[in-house]
Design a protein around this ligand. Structure first.
Ligand SMILES: Cc1ncc(COP(=O)(O)O)c(C=O)c1O
Length: 400
């Protein structure tokens, strides 16, 4: 009898965390490494949010709370959905968890049975297919490549739906591509979904606030109110509020689903950190003026990286609408040999050789279900990005 659970054999560790760990280890060993693998803003958590957490500690708000969130945070989330998305939810239609990842995990584990299918457009955030597989269900990967701007085409969605489809997962702006769906793009997809009443929509809006050049964010339940009763709208404070370590994510959706998610959470982690919840209340209710300031820096970095990568031999880099990632194609480098004598047969080879020969850590596109691409996180300074892009240009120039 094997000691480890069979379910574990269905999943693999996060490739993005693996790259970050490897870059850290090489750095510790004295190598000159630039890590562009991590999915978090380099900006510090704003002071007013930190102060709210310190106050919560001083006020003794350090005990167990309601499993899926304190009423004050749920009220702040209800107000956020109304103010920013025009969506009306009651407090018992809101769930708070330890990061967006736990909320996603709860939703999928609470609803999936073996045999169920979940449509996941590729490139996808690494955790979607893994959590679906852990639940014993089948991820149905539908490619949404560079030619459609990394956006799922309505015809491709329609074709992928079967009687076994339980969810379709949408993520805009996207990790890893940065691509975002306009309201019109979403309407074309929701028009398909209204014809399939058994399919639920899980929309991951984690990067909602990180959009550039005046792009107008939209979310499915807002674009098509008829879908609201079968949509879970997921969001959190990790990215826009620079709070990745605080671990607060949330979602709004139909009450029976929210209740089932709370049951699962009550038997796993119970409530998210009480202190982080009070910090998140301040994040959502407090001043939002640092967001456009951070976005101006992100936009400048995006433009720098896109321009420099498009000057590298064999690289094609679209300019995404949001998040802090670019997802260039390295197709033009495949089949070539590096200065160090490595033949590049795939994006895995490209990424490994780039780290080995130039000390730049990026993540292979195949980890996100779409090669030959790679993901760069540009949440770091212009100087570091310039250095990294020069190294990539040199690496590509040396290919024969
Ligand atoms: C698309 C997407 N969804 C959800 C999450 C999870 O965020 P959290 O850190 O709040 O768990 C991430 C984090 O990388 C993400 O990129």
């Amino acid at each position: 009898m094997a000691f480890l659970a069979d379910s574990l054999s269905r999943i693999k560790p996060s490739a993005t965390i693996a790259v970050t760990d490897k870059a850290r280890a090489l750095k510790a060993a004295g190598r000159d490494i630039i890590g562009l693998g991590a999915g978090e803003p380099d900006f510090d958590t704003p002071d007013n949010i930190k102060e709210a957490a310190i106050k919560a500690i001083r006020d003794g708000k350090t005990k167990y709370t309601a499993v899926d969130g304190i009423p004050e945070l749920k009220a702040a989330i209800v107000a956020k959905f109304k103010r920013e998305n025009g969506l009306t939810y009651a407090v018992d239609e809101v769930s708070v968890g330890t990061g967006g990842k736990q909320v996603l995990f709860n939703a999928l584990l609470a609803t999936l049975n073996p045999g169920d299918e979940v449509i996941v457009p590729a490139p996808y955030w690494v955790s979607y297919p893994e959590i679906v597989a852990l639940a014993g269900a089948t991820p149905v990967i539908v490619t949404a490549g560079m030619e459609t701007g990394f956006r799922l085409a309505p015809q491709a969605l329609e074709k992928a739906i079967t009687p076994k489809t339980k969810w379709v997962i949408l993520n805009s702006p996207s990790n890893p591509s940065g691509a975002a769906y306009s309201a019109a793009d979403l309407k074309a997809l929701t028009d398909v979904l209204v014809r399939h009443p058994n399919v639920w929509v899980l929309t991951d809006d984690m990067y909602e606030h990180l959009v550039y050049d005046g792009f107008q964010f939209a979310t499915p339940a807002q674009v098509e109110p008829r879908l609201k009763e079968r949509t879970l709208t997921l969001n959190g404070v990790s990215k826009a509020y620079c709070m990745t370590g605080w671990r607060i994510g949330y979602a709004a959706g139909p009450k029976p689903l929210i209740k089932a998610m709370a049951v699962l959470q009550s038997q796993s982690t119970s409530n998210p950190s009480s202190i982080s919840q009070w910090a998140a209340v301040e994040a959502l209710n407090g001043p939002q003026d640092f967001i456009p300031r951070n976005n101006a820096a992100f936009r400048e970095r995006r433009d720098l990286v896109v321009s420099m990568l498009n000057q590298a031999n064999g690289i094609k880099c679209p300019r995404p609408e949001g998040a802090f990632y670019v997802f260039p194609s390295c197709e033009g480098t495949i089949g070539k040999t590096t200065v160090g004598g490595k033949k590049l047969a795939s994006d895995d080879d490209f990424v490994a050789a780039l780290l080995e020969e130039e000390g730049v850590a990026v993540v292979q596109g195949s980890a996100f279900g779409l090669g030959p691409h790679f993901r760069i996180s540009y949440a770091t300074s212009n100087a570091v990005l310039e250095d990294a892009c020069h190294r990539i240009q040199r690496f590509c120039a040396g290919l024969r």
